[in-house]
Design a protein around this ligand. Sequence first.
Ligand code: 13P
Ligand code: SF4
Length: 302
Amino acid sequence: MPIQSEIRKWKKKRNAVILAHNYQRPEVQDIADELGDSLALAIKATQTDADVIVFCGVDFMAESAKVVNPDKTILHPNLSAKCPMAAMLDLEGLKELKEENLDAYVIGYVNTSAESKTIMDICCTSSNAVKIVKDVKSNKIIFVPDSNLGLYVKRFVKDKEIILWPGYCPTHVEIRKEDLLELKGKHPDAEIIVHPECTPDVIDLADFVLSTEGMIRHLGETHAKKIIVGTEKNMIYRMKKEVPSKNYIEVPAAICPNMREISLQDILACLQNMGPKIELSAEVIEKARIPLERMIEAGRGD
Ligand code: 13P
Ligand code: SF4
């Protein structure tokens, strides 16, 4: 039996649903029940009737699904799929920063561990970071861990003090201004869309700065026929599938090896073995749930 049929058989047996991030390998995207960005997948995780969620994405995404769904079994098919940016923030460091700035409100990018979310006031994703920073009442904000997303937010929020953590996405910082200028030189009629985890000089060159789901929605709105895509290259697989009429130009260096760890074999094995499972303490779930639910309530911003 082909592996896809085996996965479907086991999915039915376990009453499971497969959620996958837009950066997953093409074959994983094809077997998924739902595809999306971090925010869309966190929302989907709250809406499913399935008993088991197979989460195809990096560690923090699977943890967030557990936090908002403590009674469900969350399977993470390959535990080595970890986000290095999330690992750049530690609970102790964040505690210290909070103690030095007792009057600050803590806004944490969802790309963080569940443990560090226990001391955040609200989470955000690339889709709603600007909206959330604008909307919170406090004039002093600690924004962790992505300094590039924080710098992007600062462009729109001039009236608040925003303290940044020195984290970054190792994949998006590899998308260089020079790469985009070269691609634009070859394709002068192309529109440039980039993710807000890119560096400020890259953002300056972009026509649109969007979350991964925002990029998909943008395809239905733009008249551009050619698009230079400044984010993980696997994103283009979904773009081509959903809007095949456009010409997508990738940035060769834009690869997140962590997102690519999960294979069809891993998905089948986790359904058969009912593991690896995401396990979090009741205390972490109770505390991390607050900033995540506030983020879900805030909704999309792009
Ligand atoms: P999105 O929420 O835009 O999908 O981004 C998640 C991510 O990890 C980007 O690197
Ligand atoms: Fe983390 Fe960057 Fe990979 Fe997204 S692309 S999962 S932020 S390392």
